[in-house]
Structures are given as C-alpha cells and as structure tokens.
Design a binder for this molecule. Structure first.
Ligand SMILES: C[S@@+](CC[C@H](N)C(=O)[O-])C[C@H]1O[C@@H](n2cnc3c(N)ncnc32)[C@H](O)[C@@H]1O
Length: 157
C-alpha cells in the first residue's frame, strides 16, 4: 500500500488494474505502453477511472520521460521484447530508488524461440546480477503463462 510503481508494458491494463488496487489511493501507478490502440484502451478503461494511475503512450526506452513523479519504489517490466532486460535495467538506473525492487517478466520466446526457457531465465538473471542487482527469486509461470518467468530483484542503486 502507498508504493509508487513504474509499470512498463501495460497493454490494455488488466494486470496494471490489480497493481493499482494493491498500491491503493495513497500509491501511484505510472503506466507506459507504446502501441497506440491498446494504449488508448488503457487510457479510457483504466487511467481515466482510477485516480492513482498516470498513463504514458511512449516507448519504455525513453526512460527520462517517466521521471516527473520522482523515484519509484518498484519497476514492473512486462514489454516482451528481445532487449526487455536492458529496458528494465535502464529504467531502474533512471527511475528506481535505492533499495527499490525490480519485478521483471521474462518471455523466453521473445529472446530466443529455440532455447530452453529455463536457460533463458537463468541467463537474464545473470545479466541482472552483472548489472548490480541482487536476484531474489526466479518464479516460472507455467502452466498459467507458458515460457514465462518473473524475476524479483533488489536494487542497491
Ligand atoms: C505481454 S504484453 C503486457 C501485458 C500486461 N502487462 C498485462 O499483464 O496485462 C506486452 C506489452 O508491452 C508493450 N510494449 C512492448 N515494447 C514496448 C516498449 N518498448 N515500450 C512500451 N511498451 C512496449 C506491447 O505493446 C504490449 O502491449
């Protein structure tokens, strides 16, 4: 409750609406989506009706755009791109406070369709460790979300 979350890759806003409930009226969800059609749905159906949601129709790589609300407590990244881990790291360096947390959804097929998902998850975790994050957990989301994992990592700044 009360946390400020930078959410990258909102799509139409299904999961972001749950995060908005979790952080509550004293929290803030800054939601970023670059696809105009789903971005419009996110604005109409979620941001307009929730006072703790601020939408950006923008590329998550433009990290400086999301700095207006100060440093956030959590960066949640679900952009399903080959460079998803780099996008998450760049946003943490710019926008996450010291001692904050990264929640990174890894879609292994967006990185490499041919490799074992578990191998991809491990490597992306190592990439975060090499960038100075402390990887706490890698949670595989199958069978609910095939070939996906959530990596939770601490950020010392
Ligand atoms: C897997 S979907 C997100 C689903 C959403 N997080 C949920 O759980 O409801 C990935 C979204 O990230 C968006 N996306 C991909 N690359 C992006 C980028 N560079 N900047 C902003 N959004 C991006 C896509 O358009 C897509 O809507």
């Amino acid at each position: 409750m009360g946390d400020k979350v930078l959410y990258l890759g909102t799509s139409t806003g299904t999961t972001p609406s749950h995060v908005s409930d979790i952080v509550g009226p004293k929290g803030l969800l800054i939601g970023v989506e670059f696809a105009p059609r789903v971005g419009r749905e996110f604005v109409e159906n979620v941001a307009r009706v929730r006072r703790n949601v601020v939408p950006y129709i923008a590329d998550a790589r433009e990290t400086g755009k999301f700095a207006s609300f100060g440093k956030v407590d959590v960066v949640y990244c679900d952009v399903a791109q080959p460079d998803q881990t780099e996008i998450a790291i760049a946003n943490c360096r710019k926008n996450l406070k010291k001692g904050g947390r990264l929640l990174l959804i890894i879609k292994s097929r967006s990185i490499d369709v041919l490799r074992e998902p578990r191998e991809v998850f491990r490597e992306e975790g190592e990439r975060l460790s090499a960038a100075g994050f402390s990887v706490e957990r890698i949670i595989e989301l199958s069978p609910f979300d095939k070939d996906h994992a959530l990596i939770s990592a601490g950020f010392a700044g």
